[in-house]
Design a protein around this ligand. Sequence first.
Ligand code: FMN
Length: 220
Amino acid sequence: MKKIIAFNGSPRKTGNTQALLSSFLEGTLINSPDVKVYNTHEIQLEYCRGCLRCNILGKCSINGDDWGKLSEEIIDADILVFASPVYFHHVTASMKKLIDRFRSFIHVQITETGLIHTPRHEWKKEFVLLLSMGSSDISDARPIIELFQFMTGILGKSNNLYILEATRLAVVQQINKTAEELETLYAKMNIPTRLGSGDSKKNAEILKQCSSLGKKLSVC
Ligand SMILES: Cc1cc2nc3c(=O)[nH]c(=O)nc-3n(C[C@H](O)[C@H](O)[C@H](O)COP(=O)(O)O)c2cc1C
């Protein structure tokens, strides 16, 4: 069984992001001790202090929060799942707080022309990015995708990144609403009601894709 660590970056515990993540985990052995799920709003994490001592120590210098345990679980994992709503074209602040602590997994050398990033562990992991957004236009998530392409690359050349994006979702659990429920909601939100039927199929399809990806990655 592959070891999976999943992070939900939404403050809404039963929101659209949770639905994407649950579908992904449905395809895996969710109750196995090899699957760990955290909400980034609940883990006790300090902000990266920018001391850069990790460059010398080879690990984060902050003690007394959850990073010590979490970083070991992350190093040990085969699959890392980052599920987040899009907030102002980025992940949520609590998810970014977690990502900044990943700096301690890399040695950085300044050169005349830029930075050389050397991963401390040469990871060969599957990174999964599940995004939920209000916009109908996936370009709102572009900065997040660029961040993850960069991050997975500097953490090891053999890492893989899988991305699934769910669009036009504003209210809690909208992703699970029927065509009729969406039409009623859209009328209130001043969104063309004719979109309801197609959106309920699109939402069901993205949840199916999450589940298939979970199944595929956890068995291969
Ligand atoms: C502070 C804030 C900023 C947001 N910014 C964006 C945005 O830039 N682009 C977008 O498409 N949706 C944006 N949204 C909408 C959420 O991404 C969307 O409703 C998402 O489905 C919420 O997921 P959740 O139910 O898991 O919390 C924003 C929502 C909030 C609360």
